[in-house]
Design a protein around this ligand. Sequence first.
Ligand code: KIV
Length: 273
Amino acid sequence: MSTNTVDNQRKVTTLRLAEMKARGEKIAMLTAYDYSMAKLIDEAGMDVILVGDSASNVMVGNTTTLPMTLDQMIYHARSVTNGTKRALVVCDLPFGTYQGNSKEALASAVRIMKESGAEAVKIEGGAEIRESIERILCAGIPVMGHLGLTPQSINKFGTYAVRAKEEAEANKLIEDAKMLEEIGCFAMVLEKIPAELAKRVAESVSIPVIGIGAGGGCDGQVLVMHDMLGINKGFSPKFLRRYADLSTVINDAVGHYIDDVKSGDFPNANEQY
Ligand code: KIV
């Protein structure tokens, strides 16, 4: 359980996130993809649970997020909402389900809301997908933007390196962030951009800015659960802080179980009927 006792039991809504930003309270967000982990993360006091399309990497073992389908996202999001009582649950719109046209984007977002019980969607991109975001917002669906390193565009970028280091890209990001605020997004993620730029954006928009690899000047932080719990030890970017070494814990526990089965120690007389 978090040591932060402010409003620990109260349901988190988009309105509460706005209030948190207004009073300078940082927002904690973490990914989850299944019922059991969502329940643990929610009970620990998380503000926002993101059903990220990073499920493609950490749950399926793909090298990019691109293969994730709408059906798969809905399956993960339903599992997460089943385990969540307090946190706001946000679900990613996967690659190819919103870029074609705004009606397709709305249909995808509606399916997520109806079939998974998620309370908002996240969508990658700026001006180029404005119409899609606006149509989703018109239907009363809260939208979280996502700028900077947008992993669904990895084939265009050709690298997972820090984005918006050059002035032109930084200026476009600032414009996109203002646009997301203006059209009514409730929050945005800024991924892997210089800390100074992220701080500037967070200070210039009224909606919460959640960073990942974007420094401490953001209004909140998000990490991928498998990375911060040390389940996925092959991924060690500079921005990542590991809070546990679960791969070692699991390896030791599973090894112990195998030894006990092989030696006949498990089950013992008290562990049978
Ligand atoms: O899919 C995801 O997990 C994300 C976070 C990295 C922000 O988009």
